[in-house]
Unconditional design. Structure first.
Length: 122
């Protein structure tokens, strides 16, 4: 019985460590580039131009300010952004919401490949 309890405890510990490392992912913001790579993260960034690269699964990212370019890949990511010029989306079921664009028509340039991706003005 003791062996079973120890084995179960070790299994739970290892699962928890794996789950925590998957949640942590990689996040950075430097030299005008925001990079997010991971699973299930909720993060907010500020930007005054530059690029954001979001990849992974089910991340919820808010970017206050403006970006020149946004690249999203993976599945189920949701990105909220104030002002954007160009958007590139790959993968499935990614959702991008923007407030405005500096482009003449008021809409960002959009490239989308995959299934179920959407880009909408909020």
């Amino acid at each position: 019985m003791k062996v079973l309890k120890k084995t179960a405890a070790l299994g739970i510990l290892l699962f928890g460590m794996h789950f925590a490392s998957a949640q942590a992912g990689i996040n950075s913001q430097s030299a005008g580039t925001i990079t997010v790579d991971g699973v299930g993260q909720t993060k907010t960034y500020s930007s005054d131009g530059g690029t954001a690269i979001i990849s992974g699964v089910k991340n919820v990212i808010t970017i206050n300010g403006n970006l020149t370019r946004l690249e999203v890949s993976g599945s189920g990511n949701t990105v909220y952004i104030d002002k954007i010029s160009r958007i590139s989306v790959e993968g499935t079921d990614n959702k991008i919401f923007y407030s405005n664009s500096p482009n003449k028509n008021g809409k960002p340039s959009i490239s989308s490949t995959g299934v179920g991706n959407s880009v909408r003005k909020k």
